[in-house]
Design a protein around this ligand. Sequence first.
Ligand SMILES: Cc1ncc(COP(=O)(O)O)c(C=O)c1O
Length: 388
Amino acid sequence: MAPLSIYLDHAATTPLRREVLDAMAPALTETFGNPSSVHGAGRAARALIDSARDQLAAVLNARSREVVFTGGGSEADNLALRGVVHRLGRQGGHLIVSSIEHEAVLETARDLGQLGFEVTELPVDAAGRVSPATLQAALRPDTILVSVMLANNEVGTIQPVRELAEVTHSGSRAVFHTDATQALGKIKLDVQELGVDLLTVSAHKIYGPKGVGALFARHGTGLDPIITGGGQERTRRSGTENVPGIVGFGVAAELVEAEREQEMERQSWLSGDLSRRIQSGVPDAIPTGARAGERLANFCTFAFPGVEGELLLLRLDRAGICGSAGSACTSGSLAPSHVLLAMGFSPQLASAHLRLTLGRSTTPRDAERAAELICQEVAALRERAVAV
Ligand SMILES: Cc1ncc(COP(=O)(O)O)c(C=O)c1O
């Protein structure tokens, strides 16, 4: 990483906020008790968890008892899928997921497929959206779970989750899960309005600590634990709680929600500016995902014909820009993005993808400088390709 880097990879992770660190510090040192202990030190730690649960529940418009803290977004996704399937205790049944899910959902569904469940992977349109009609047609009397993410992590497209949950509930007895890991802090998440049964969130995408997440589980939704043991989290997730992490998550959620509207307006303007600058420097750059207003405001994504995405990232890194090809969790693999392939891009274009995701610290100067360097590096790679 170049010394003066511009960090445009907030969808991968975000820096911990100072206020969050300050809130977490006492939970690491002074309030160190085990929340399951009956003594005062334990009760003090328990009180911190209770208060973080209230904070997150308020942000989601859920009841506190409906929030299950986990070891991150991936674990919450696993709990949603495996927990529902396990509760039903059957050897078979039908699951529906979208074809552009994060691997934490997609690979879990495929694993359940290996165990005897039938899995339908719903197609998406060119913007990466699942249509309610497509879901309706895929529902079957034996469908037990539908999982469609709220906003995609590679292109930022927002799904019509409210309609999809409605179609699911009116056409079947299936449980509806949405992975809202990227959406928290970017769009309003009201579990009552969305009508979902299960919803995943993660702290490190909202300036909170890594390794802590949560699953909203609507009261009455059948869910078995996937981690058994001491029965913490009302038996839904055993293991001594990550008290500092949970405290940090609660504070981060409250802060990000308080500034959401103003910050998204600012980031939307900035990503529009960045996008216009890139398009004027590279006129054949192809914007990916849905149009502005139908995708997360902090996303700016392009496919550059004739450019190898990984090479572009390496050159940008050297020039001081932290970007991504798509999902951080799969980078390192040169396989074209499954999301872009599902959206109808050729394997070549799907490998020529750049995801820039803005955050609280991104300035207009960052957008200007990043666009300049991106246009420069794309041109250099193309010249090199011609020369070879
Ligand atoms: C949509 C989505 N779901 C799940 C995850 C996994 O979350 P975590 O890193 O907390 O396990 C991510 C992280 O990139 C994500 O973007």
